[in-house]
Design a binder for this molecule. Structure first.
Ligand code: SF4
Length: 483
């Protein structure tokens, strides 16, 4: 069952897809290194966590629903000895939040075992799944990740590198993945490079991670990003090798939302520290939409860097005005109806003494459905704010994401259905301004040609089949979702 909406991030932002980590380090405690790597990637998925370890060819997987710290304990980690490992944290974008869908997924291949964790979303899952079923492959779960794992396992000819390359050439969509077999660790990224994947070095041993923050926590050194369409493989016999899968017509299309919100602010992506980019978004917002106000406050945590930038550019003092309950990430205990009504109070509490009688600039990263934003403005006004000037560090989200981010259908996206002024009235803000697409692009310091910006522009870099009814429960008899 997906997380209850009231327990999503404070600002009601789109939810992340997943995080992957892998390390090939004979002689080291690879399970513990992977645990801490996942711990640093926890923001990318809070529904399930898993680690697969290979010990002299024997593959063991431990995974369960819950946070990394809930799934693993000292005893489990101590029992997971081996030479290489992969790990995964999940937020479900295809397939419900069942144990069977938690990752790494495992399949037999040529007398070996393949374990795989994936970040992203395929757009040709149904066709590939049908082909595999016709060839006699059986599926137990409902994720596109199972299709990738089955494709690799089903490619019985040749070595693992060849099987991964063949699979990568067949699948379409967004995918950054870590694979473990008895003797090898593999990392691969789709030819568009939608989701990030980085290569690091831990005391001379290769490490892969969705974000550089996964290296920092274990003291590994960032080496480089794994390139779009690149497959990296490490084994004891050959060391580290790299191969490319070319796809005609593909172009780099890194998700620009990684810059706005998904990735950690201390991660480095495309050579840019995201905290700096987010501050630049705030500065651009201040230039695009100045306002007379007393204080700039962020919606914590993701609104913080942009609020700092807005404050610096406008000269309006920055302060905390909302205190976040930092332990609300994910709970399996559902709130009762009474608590649910209070919704946002479970996550944020206003500092009444600070905001009472003040004209506030409130900086958030995005508005998806608008419900949470309305409650937020209401809460600030009830706490005595004189004016609430909302500043959003992304453009209006008008199109759904098909590449691994759970951000609702068009009907649910408030900006797809209402003008900016209608949204302002609906959420009850004094003024509302979204960062322009140009302002956002300039804040990244990188050219437009490197990015996917489809949720703002509707221009999808990877073709989405028309009949592709995007519904994460599509293999479970769920209602078809309109694109
Ligand atoms: S549609 Fe939006 S959220 Fe999805 S990959 Fe593209 S930029 Fe990212």
């Amino acid at each position: 069952m997906p997380a209850h909406p009231s327990l999503a991030r404070p600002g009601g932002s789109p939810r992340d897809a997943c995080g992957v980590f892998g390390v090939f380090a004979p002689g080291y405690d690879v399970a513990r290194l992977t645990y801490f790597g996942l711990y640093a990637l926890q923001h990318r998925g809070q529904e399930s966590a898993g680690i697969a370890v290979s010990d002299d060819g024997e593959v063991t997987v431990i995974k369960d629903l819950g946070l990394v710290s809930q799934v693993f304990n000292e005893q489990m980690l101590s029992s997971l000895s081996g030479q290489h490992a992969i790990g995964h944290v999940r937020y479900s974008t295809t397939g419900a939040s069942h144990w069977q869908n938690s990752q790494p997924l495992v399949r037999a291949r040529n007398g070996d075992v393949v374990a795989l964790g994936h970040n992203g979303n395929l757009v040709n899952t149904t066709a590939l799944r049908d082909e595999l079923v016709a060839e006699g492959v059986r599926f137990t779960g409902t994720t596109d990740t199972e299709v990738i794992t089955a494709l690799i396992a089903h490619e019985a000819e040749g070595d693992l590198l060849g099987a991964v390359r063949t699979a990568v050439a067949k699948i379409r969509g967004a995918f950054s993945a870590a694979v473990l077999s008895g003797d090898a660790l593999v990392g691969f990224r789709d030819p568009y490079g939608v989701r990030p994947l980085c290569l690091g070095d831990y005391e001379g041993n290769p490490v892969i991670s969705s974000e550089t923050a996964g290296f920092d926590i274990i003291g590994a050194r960032f080496v480089r990003e794994i390139q779009p369409g690149e497959v990296v493989i490490v084994d004891a016999e050959h060391g580290l090798r790299s191969a490319r899968v070319e796809l005609e017509g593909s172009r780099p299309a890194l998700c620009i939302f990684e810059f706005i919100y998904f990735a950690r602010p201390d991660s480095v992506l495309a050579g840019r520290t995201l905290h700096e980019c987010r501050q630049a978004m705030g500065r651009h917002l201040a230039e695009e939409a100045p306002v007379e106000a007393d204080l700039v406050i962020p919606v914590p945590d993701t609104g913080i860097p942009a609020a700092i930038g807005y404050s610096a550019a406008s000269g309006i003092p920055y302060t905390e005005g909302l205190i976040k309950n930092r332990y609300v990430y994910r709970t399996f205990i559902q709130p009762d109806d009474d608590l649910r009504q209070r919704g946002i109070r479970m996550k944020l509490n206003p500092l009444t003494a600070i905001i009472k009688g003040k004209r506030l600039v409130v900086v958030d990263d995005s508005i998806v459905r608008g419900n949470t934003t309305g409650k937020l403005v209401d809460m600030l006004m009830s706490a005595g704010a004189k004016e609430v000037h909302l500043r959003i560090s992304s453009p209006p989200i008008k199109w759904p994401c098909f590449y691994g981010i759970d951000m609702a259908t068009r009907t649910e996206l408030i900006a797809a259905n209402l003008s900016v002024d209608e949204i302002r009235r609906k959420v009850g803000a004094t003024t509302l301004h979204y960062l322009t697409l140009e302002g956002l692009q300039a804040s990244t310091g990188l050219p437009e040609s490197q990015f996917c910006r489809a949720c703002f522009s509707g221009e999808y870099p990877i073709a989405v089949p028309e009949e592709y009814a995007m519904c994460k429960l599509r293999f479970e008899g769920g209602a078809a979702c309109e694109p």
